[in-house]
Design a protein around this ligand. Structure first.
Ligand code: DGL
Length: 274
């Protein structure tokens, strides 16, 4: 039987922090990772552009035989997921599914705050979409969500500057801005899959009692639940524990950087997507 891997998509490297948790929690499945590095970052781009790029990548993953695609990118989940699910999927492949990372995170976040004030650190695109406010309101109407856009953080991570003192300047500034927006924030979410690499720095500027969350584990546990609720999809995903990596940019660059996000070295293949 031909492999039917779970497709994992991000604009670049960030989704590897999610893939790592998928493999940790659900090692039996096959995965195919696609990073659209040639067109990253998506954060500052318009709705129309993020939607167009994401749809092209989803179609490519379907063509590689992925029955299920996870948008392991908050920006793509915020700006493209709903239209792809509601408008495109019924036409291009009604049997397949595309899921994002925002809903599974907001499903859990309200239960993790005692003060009912949550802080979101994200790209400008995710913040402007209002997705975290809208989705959290659905599950936890009593929780207040404060957001801070951190436009310099993805470039710092992508340029391997996330441990530099220059990064401290931007991290301190954005974390302070966020804390100034709500007086009782006790839970801060890294709502961009690149940000776990900045976690130590972010922690430095947060009071000890504030809980700092990355999405990987939450999203991986939510996939476990999804498969329980959807055995028809679970049985379509092949299980040989194989992982393949594709990038739309240089494979050399990808392989060098990817190790930092993924935790071990990998070898990618190049693909053109238009
Ligand atoms: N990693 C992506 C996210 O979770 C953003 C990176 C980008 O701006 O392309 O939002």
């Amino acid at each position: 039987m031909k492999q039917q891997p779970i497709g994992v998509f991000d604009s670049g490297y960030g989704g590897l922090t999610i893939l790592k948790e998928f493999i940790h929690t659900l090692p039996q499945y096959d995965y195919l990772y696609l990073g659209d590095n040639a067109r990253a970052p998506y954060g500052p781009r318009s709705f129309e552009t993020v939607y167009r790029y994401t749809l092209q990548c989803v179609k490519w993953l379907f063509a590689q035989n992925c029955p299920l695609v996870i948008l392991a990118c908050n920006t793509a989940s915020a700006k493209a997921l709903r239209t792809i699910q509601q408008v495109d999927l019924p036409v291009i492949n009604p049997e397949n599914r595309v899921l994002g990372v925002i809903r599974p995170t907001t499903e859990k976040i309200g239960a993790l705050t005692a003060t009912k004030e949550v802080g979101i650190l994200a790209t400008a695109g995710t913040v402007l979409s209002g997705s975290y406010l809208i989705e959290t309101e659905k599950f936890y109407p009593d929780v207040k969500v404060y957001q801070e856009a951190c436009p310099m953080w993805v470039p710092l991570v992508e340029n391997n500057e996330y441990e530099s003192s220059g990064a401290d300047y931007f991290v301190e500034k954005n974390v302070k801005n966020l804390l100034a927006k709500g007086g009782h924030i006790d839970t801060v979410l890294l709502a961009c899959t690149h940000y776990p690499l900045l976690k130590d720095k972010i922690r430095k500027y947060l009071p000890d009692e504030v809980n700092l969350l990355s999405q990987g584990e939450i999203v991986a546990n939510s996939l476990v639940d999804y498969f329980k609720r959807h055995p028809e999809m679970e049985s379509r995903c092949s299980k040989q524990g194989a992982v393949q990596f594709y990038t739309t940019d240089s494979t050399e660059d990808f392989d060098t950087h990817a190790a930092t996000f993924f935790g071990k070295s990998i070898r990618s293949e190049h693909v053109n997507i238009e």
